[in-house]
Design a protein around this ligand. Structure first.
Ligand code: GLN
Ligand code: ZN
Length: 741
């Protein structure tokens, strides 16, 4: 019989209970016991709901109060010395690692956070050193840990700790076995990466050790294909292997070949853990049948492709989607039902209920396909007709630059900001009132205009050179545009964990995307009308909108990105027509969309950069295009950053030691650039001298005439007080630089 399996489930609670409980605990409004009670209730709800869907293998142990990788660091005692001996509870140490702690005389920053493979989920990076002493900590007071002493050596390789970590895993696994656990899922998504190949021997030796006194181990891969790593992954002495057939259905043949003469159970990731679309059960069952024919039903599991943590909890919480729309989607709980149905189909169930589900699914899929085919023909024609001229500015940067100098007349070391100004309580209230219908559209517009008036006046008073309108009208840099475009739908409760207690609600792209009317033009031109200084228009780029939404799966990401680019291109041109001669198109997500395998990079980077160029190239030479990147981790894709050919880019640079600028120097970057001079994630006000020192250090790497002076990112999460003090210092430092260099 084919069993059904869910690899992991959202940990946020059906109604975001976990966020509320965690944040109440942080605020000192509830106790650890109250928090654990909510956690236990959420786990119970998850388990019973998944079970009710008919799933055989129900995940446990993947629940978390903050991040599941951080849970492992804490459990295995990989706790950096700065969190040890603080005299606070284990739970508080755990949260201190996740988000830092500034209370009761304890002042420690958070550990580093990184994006989980190519998803928008962030995990807390384990901080390992030669001093790391693994031990099983799950019920032991962390503050008894003896403080580690010496600093790590620069040649330290975390993998060298493997022999020390294995005994801890073995202990954990043997305890689980003694408790009667039969299967343990061990996540190894690293196996879909190129670098895993270098660790082939480590995998083999580690699993040879681990299986000695352990339940059945299921080595679990997802988000990509095993590729050449299959050669050793299929030989691991474990009981099962899980592969992602949602992302990489083509790997099934190779995997079947590799495992058919072993005794491995193969878990098939047939139901996507990354999107919200209803699974085509017929197609999935066809894939599954190939496996059953080769391996026999008892060696096959029908599963989700990855944990469902990347999807919202349940469609049942949506009251505003139309019935047609609801019929397109499956959220986590509905996906649990799908794997159960798939397992039944693959086990040749004669149950009438299963047959009915399959028929219903066929009808839903057919309707969806029908809708897709009848999406917007004009948009498709326009994408098909994209020319190479549309990807080119009229002239190369040096020519444009002269035109822009005359047109914008910015001083040397021009000062600007990244776009948003503090999103105050008043702004959020006004938006909520508009949604509730408590104020009219006109009243809301008046409010936004007043807000723009004061943001413009503020920037003039502070002495900034290139102004912005402040983005008060935006709830979110992606959602705002999605709401104005044709082709998106929105959920009421489709929350997905981004990190810790931060959840996002990604828009869903359901059909061809177009721009029925100008979006930002009235706000930017209003802002321009109240000042003589140049105003910078502000848009979110096509690749970022795509990456932070749930995309369609019936057409490629490339096509969707180009559709978005064309819609944005119209907006860019309309801004120019309305007298906005500097236009910023933010692409903070371009890096995270990078494929996991290097051979796939070129293809992605080509269409991603082309999309940006398509969006921004419709303007005259004299109009200055800007772009912004939050994470400046792009040394390895630098030629693509260059190929964007934005006239000015602003990047995050204040937290790094300016290493990010090395590539700009090395590649002889010629366009203008604003490396952030201070960190906006903290309320701390940077001193004037500190900013001067930053500028001086940057000038060692970049020519003075290319430099813009700006903060690291938008100011929406900051308060007005620190914003004012910081920007005054920034302007003073830029003025000083004008005299000095
Ligand atoms: N323009 C946006 C802002 O200032 C950019 C934010 C981002 O890149 N994350 O808020
Ligand atoms: Zn940013």
């Amino acid at each position: 019989m084919v069993l059904s399996s869910v690899l992991g489930f959202p940990r946020i609670g059906k109604n975001r209970e976990v966020k509320k409980a965690v944040e109440a605990y942080w605020a000192g409004k509830s106790s650890a016991e109250e928090l654990q009670k909510v956690a236990a209730e959420t786990r119970k709800w998850n388990w019973t709901s998944i079970k009710e869907q008919g799933v055989d293998l129900i995940p446990s142990g993947e629940f978390t109060l903050y991040d599941h990788v951080l849970d492992h660091s804490a459990a295995f005692n990989a706790i950096p010395p700065r969190y040890v001996g603080l005299g606070i509870s284990d739970l508080d140490v755990y949260f201190a690692m996740g988000r830092g702690r500034q209370a009761d005389g304890v002042d420690v920053p958070a550990a580093e956070m990184k994006k989980w493979f190519d998803s928008n989920y962030h995990y807390v990076v384990p901080e390992l050193s030669e001093q790391t002493e693994f031990k099983l900590n799950y019920n032991k007071a962390l503050n008894e840990y003896k403080e580690a002493k010496a600093a790590a050596s620069p040649n330290f390789q975390p993998i060298s700790l493997l022999p020390k970590l294995l005994p801890i895993y073995k202990q954990l696994l043997s305890e689980l076995k003694a408790e009667g656990v039969t299967w343990v899922q061990i996540d190894e998504p690293h196996l879909v990466m190129d670098v895993a190949e270098q660790h082939a021997e480590h995998y083999t030796s580690a699993y040879t050790e681990l299986v000695k006194d352990a339940p059945n181990l299921l080595v679990t891969t997802y988000f990509g294909r095993l590729g050449s790593n299959l050669s050793f992954a299929a030989k691991l002495p474990v009981a099962g292997l899980h592969i992602d057939l949602d992302r990489e259905p083509k790997q099934l043949g190779d995997v079947l070949n590799a495992v058919k003469d072993t005794s491995l159970v193969l878990s098939l990731g047939l139901v996507s853990g990354r999107n919200i679309w209803k699974t085509d059960l017929t197609a999935a069952a066809n894939l599954g049948r190939q496996a059953v024919e080769t391996l026999g039903a008892d060696r096959v599991i029908a599963a989700t492709s990855s944990s469902l943590l990347h999807t919202p909890v349940t469609l049942a919480s949506e009251n505003k989607l139309t019935n047609q729309q609801k019929d397109w989607f499956s959220f986590a709980l509905e996906k649990a039902g799908e794997v159960a149905t798939l397992a039944a189909i693959l086990s040749d169930s004669q149950d009438a209920a299963v047959a009915k589900k399959l028929e219903e699914n066929k009808a839903s899929i057919a309707q969806r396909r029908d809708f897709e085919h009848n999406s917007d023909d004009a948009v498709r024609k326009r994408v098909a007709a994209i020319t190479s001229e549309q990807l080119q500015r009229k002239n190369p940067f040096p020519v444009r630059r002269e035109a822009q100098k005359k047109h914008l007349s910015l001083p040397k070391f021009p000062t600007t900001t990244i776009g948003s100004f503090p999103q105050t309580k008043e702004i959020r209230q006004a938006r909520a009132q508009l949604t509730k219908g408590a104020i009219t559209e006109e009243q809301y517009e008046e409010f936004i205009k007043k807000e723009i008036d004061s943001v413009v006046k503020f920037q003039e008073d502070v002495g900034l050179d290139l102004l912005v309108h402040g983005e008060p009208e935006r709830n979110d840099m992606v959602q705002y545009f999605g709401e104005q475009f044709q082709g998106f739908v929105f959920t009421q409760n489709g929350w997905v964990q981004s990190y810790g207690s931060r959840y996002v609600r990604p828009p869903i792209i359901v059909s061809d995307v177009s721009r029925p009317h100008p979006i930002t033009v009235r706000w930017s031109s209003y802002a321009q009308s109240v000042t003589k200084k140049p105003m910078k228009g502000m848009l979110t780029g096509p690749v970022t909108i795509l990456n932070w939404s749930f995309p369609r799966v019936d057409i490629s990401r490339e096509t969707q990105s180009k559709q978005l680019a064309l819609a944005l291109r119209d907006e860019v041109c309309d801004l120019e027509k309305a007298g906005i001669y500097a236009i910023q198109v933010d692409e903070p997500a371009i890096r995270e969309g990078l494929p996991l395998r290097r051979v796939d990079w070129d293809n992605y980077l080509t269409w991603a950069v082309d999309s940006f160029r398509l969006a921004t190239s419709g303007v005259e030479d004299s109009t200055q295009t800007h772009s912004h990147f939050c994470y400046s981790d792009f040394n390895d894709i630098f030629p693509s950053i260059q190929r964007l050919d934005a006239d000015v880019i602003s990047i995050e640079a204040s937290k790094s030691d300016l290493k990010v600028l090395n590539a700009f120097q090395q590649f002889g970057y010629k366009n203008e650039i604003g490396p952030g001079v201070y960190d906006i994630h903290s309320p701390r006000v940077p001193g004037e001298q500190e900013i001067k020192d930053r500028i001086k250090a940057m000038l060692n790497l970049l020519p003075a005439d290319l430099l813009f002076v700006n903060p690291d990112c938008g100011l929406k999460t900051r308060g007005w007080k620190e914003t004012e003090a910081s920007l005054k210092n920034l302007v003073a430092a830029a003025r000083w630089a004008r005299e000095e260099f």
